[in-house]
Every structure is written in structure tokens, then in C-alpha cells.
Unconditional design. Structure first.
Length: 383
């Protein structure tokens, strides 16, 4: 007998199946950067690597060494040290004294109307002389052929190449939460469509955002996204919607980052752009939480609370969700047994979202890189 409960279970199972199919489609449609042959020796335009670094003393020496260690023939490196309160500036100056290939720019004051990182990247780009700009974070580690491979991809017909990094996460529960986040992230961003110039789907990833300098200048650079905490994603949106040819890659074995070391760090980092990703819409926030609970969490409880065909439908939904999660974990070289933590990871991720959005609304803005930014100013920078 068809009941309302069975219909709901069937709909949820169908949504779970479609979502998992899209996860697999994403990984099938998007290539790895390691599969692109590097540029022939001595060929290709100049690349300016632009880095914004604030309080990166723990990782910046290793990161900058990986940038300087690229085997591409013509690279300049500009690191913008943004008002650090640790030894980041001193470390960069020490490294710059040993090579003319590294230029360090120190920012001591933040102009009004700018987020710190965005201002730093804009300042670095202003000083760049390359035909291609590569924006990377100050804790990224690049394999020595990464730039060469990305330029080769660009020379094959792209104006913007962005790469999803390999996440180096020391904590197993943090790995599970990250896998959950990435699983639904590729679906929300329609990653499988990004490389299609006919699609409106777009992406931009702060770990590795390479763009032709002409396109960057034409869209107004970071001045257009001066108050966007999701600057990397919005840079991708501006480029794609302006007609730039976009190419996204997975960066396994090419681009790596120790994203966060603890769940506490991840929760704090999530605060800065969670609400921005929802376009500062409370309705989208409530809708997103409701859908995530209904599709991503409820089946794991409902399978114990129902019987018969309804229970079977929820079991199917649960299996589909875990399969998509396992695919992401595999691609990130995480142990597959983390799939067993799926419902816990889902609840933690949703809790992080509630805390991030709630804190932003209650505080009336976000605090990032030592500066408070009012919500009305953030909302005003619409893209």
C-alpha cells in the first residue's frame, strides 16, 4: 500500500541516488592536473605567482620553497605579507635576501572597503609583469611541474585554470567532515559542467587560481570583489560570466594543503565565508539546512524507525549517500572506513554551518585576519 511515509522515503531515496550519480559524474568529467603534459622546456609566457600571506610562519617557508622550485622557465614570485603579527615577514625577508626571484611586499595598513587578503592579492597583481597570473595561498605546496602543467592546459585553450588541492588532514574526524563537505560541494557547484563554455557553472579555488592577466585586468581584478570573503569563487564567477574559458582540475599529487589541523580550526575558518556562500540569504540558509537534514541525515535514523518498503527505501538512500562519500574519500586518499562516520560528519558539518551563520548574524559581520567587517558592507559587494 502506498502511504505518505513511503512516498517521502522514495523521494529522498531518489534525491540521494541522483546526488551520488552527480558525484561520480564530477570525478569522471574533471581530469587530474597530473594527466596534463608539462610545457616543453623554454616555452610558454611569463607566469607571475602572487601570494597573500598573513601569520603563516608555520608553513610559509616550505610553501615559498615549492613556488621557487618550479621547473617552469619563466616565473616571478610576489609574496604580499599582510600585517602579520608573527615571524612571517621576517622569514620572507630572509628568503628574499637569498634570491632575486622572490619579491616581498609588506602591507602595514588596510585601506577602507577592502578585505585584507583581497587587498593583498590586488596589490601583488599590480606589481606583476607576467602574461599569466597565478594566485595561490600562503600554505600551499606545489609539485615542481604544477605551473608547467597548468600553463600547458591554458595554452590548449583556457583563460582560467583552477585546481582543487589534495587535503592533508591529520585528524580522522576532520577528514570525514571534509569528505562530507567536498561530496556535496561538487554537486552544489555543478563541477561536471564547469569546463563547458555553454554552461553558467563556475568555480574558483584559492589554492590555485591561474588566469590570463588580460582577463584579470578586464574584469577589474580584485577591486570587483574587494569585500567578498569567498573571493576565489567569485573571481571564477566573474571570469566565467565574462566569457573566459574555464578549466578545473583535481590536484592530487600536484597541489597540496594542510587545510586545517583540528575541527576547532575548521569551525573558525568556516565562519568567514559560510554566509557569503549562501549570498547572505537567511531563506537559503534555512532551506539548505532543511534539505541537508532531510536527505543527508534523516535516512540514517529513519532506517531504524520504519519497516517494510519504507525502511528499504531509506536503506537504499543511506547506501547511496555512503557510496558518494566513499568516492570522495577515495579521491582524497582517505581511508574508506571513514564512510562509517558519514552521519556524524554530516551533523558536525551542519552544526558548523549553523554556528557560522548564527555568529555572523548576531555579531553583525565577520572577523577575519584581525579586522571586523560589518554585514551591511559585505552584503553590498554583490556579484
Amino acid at each position: 500500500m502506498l502511504t505518505a511515509g513511503l512516498v517521502v522515503a522514495g523521494v529522498i531515496a531518489g534525491v540521494a541516488l541522483v546526488a551520488t550519480a552527480l558525484v561520480f559524474r564530477s570525478y569522471a568529467a574533471v581530469s587530474r592536473l597530473s594527466g596534463v603534459s608539462p610545457m616543453p622546456a623554454g616555452q610558454g609566457p611569463r607566469v607571475s605567482i602572487v601570494v597573500a600571506a598573513r601569520n603563516e610562519a608555520l608553513n610559509v617557508r616550505t610553501a615559498v620553497a615549492s613556488f621557487l622550485g618550479q621547473d617552469y622557465h619563466d616565473v616571478e614570485l610576489i609574496v604580499v605579507e599582510d600585517r602579520s603579527t608573527d615571524r612571517t615577514g621576517a622569514i620572507l625577508d630572509e628568503m628574499a635576501a637569498k634570491t632575486s626571484r622572490l619579491r616581498v611586499v609588506h602591507i602595514t595598513d588596510l585601506p577602507p572597503g577592502w578585505l585584507g587578503k583581497n587587498n593583498a592579492l590586488h596589490a601583488g597583481a599590480d606589481r606583476a609583469t607576467g602574461d599569466i597570473l597565478l594566485f595561490v595561498d600562503g600554505d600551499i605546496i606545489l609539485e615542481r611541474t604544477s605551473v608547467s602543467r597548468a600553463v600547458a592546459a591554458m595554452e590548449l585553450g583556457a583563460d582560467h585554470v583552477t585546481v582543487s588541492p589534495q587535503m592533508e588532514l591529520p585528524d580522522r574526524l576532520l577528514q570525514a567532515v571534509t569528505a562530507y563537505f567536498l561530496t556535496w560541494g561538487v554537486v552544489a557547484l555543478r563541477i561536471w559542467e564547469v569546463n563547458d563554455p555553454r554552461s553558467s557553472a563556475f568555480v574558483g579555488i584559492g589554492a590555485f587560481n591561474m588566469v590570463r592577466t588580460k582577463w584579470y585586468r578586464d574584469i577589474g581584478g580584485h577591486a570587483r570583489i574587494a569585500m567578498r570573503p569567498d573571493d576565489d569563487l567569485m573571481l571564477g564567477k566573474l571570469l566565467k560570466h565574462s566569457g573566459a574559458r574555464q578549466q578545473v582540475f583535481f590536484g592530487r599529487d600536484q597541489v597540496a594543503v594542510e587545510w586545517y589541523r583540528t575541527l576547532g580550526e575548521a569551525t573558525q575558518g568556516f565562519r568567514k565565508n559560510a554566509y557569503a556562500a549562501l549570498h547572505y540569504s537567511f531563506a537559503l540558509f534555512v532551506g539548505g539546512i532543511s534539505i541537508s537534514l532531510a536527505v543527508g541525515v534523516w535516512p540514517f535514523a529513519a532506517v531504524w524507525l520504519t519497516t517494510g518498503a519504507t525502511q528499504a527505501a531509506y536503506a537504499f538512500a543511506m547506501a547511496a549517500l555512503m557510496l558518494g562519500f566513499a568516492k570522495t574519500a577515495s579521491e582524497q586518499q582517505m581511508p574508506l572506513w571513514l564512510t562509517l562516520l558519514y552521519p556524524i560528519a554530516a551533523l558536525i558539518q551542519l552544526g558548523m554551518l549553523v554556528l557560522a551563520v548564527g555568529r555572523t548574524i548576531i555579531a553583525g559581520g565577520i572577523e577575519w585576519r584581525g579586522t571586523f567587517y560589518p554585514l551591511d558592507q559585505l552584503r553590498a559587494n554583490k556579484i
